[in-house]
Ligand binder design. Sequence first.
Ligand code: CA
Length: 238
Amino acid sequence: MVNELITIVEDEDDIRALVCAGLKKERFRVREYADGKGFLSSLKSEKPDLVVLDVMLPDTDGFAICRGMRADRALAAIPVIMLTARAEEADRVLGLELGADDYVVKPFSPKELAARVKAVLRRASPETSRSRLEVADGLLIDTDTLEVTLHGKQLELTQAEFRILHLLATRIGWVFSREKILDHLWGDEKNVTDRSVDVHVKHLRDKLGPAGKMIANVRGVGYKIVAPESEHRPADRK
Ligand code: CA
């Protein structure tokens, strides 16, 4: 799995559970810690792609952890979103000055937090940072070799088809407008119409065979890759 790993450091069990559930729903991998010590020792074995960090912890505070991470070359690039119960301006400024990428004030909805997480990840990691993307079960994109394999079998995609699949796969479940897809394909040299996106997508779906149905048309907007879970509707059961 290459889905981003998000670590939550929060001592309040119900908030931690809520955050975990919200992020798992968005297909993130999740690790949780109830104190700073457990979190800091976890960093020696596995570094998360982003940390959701509560300010008030039993053994330390989130500000100190954030400051420590920013001072450590190996950890400095990991994005941090601070959770704070206090909406005071001074806390916000302190968090951001210490290098937090964003902060969320309690109470917050899991949806809001997930949206912030996605936004921070998008800013922090260029889509080229991973050479292999697992789009869905058996569908792999290798961004170094520009190869796409489905259950081990290499697909012959045109450059446009490859780039569309890759763009959609950078954020499973996100809707990309036709315009955004065109920008990605051609940059400023747009001499093609929105409809050409539809044609490329149709060919891409054909080449993907049954797996092609993961690329969903969002009427009037564009396209997205549907997370596999949402495909298992009760009607599909035998
Ligand atoms: Ca707390």
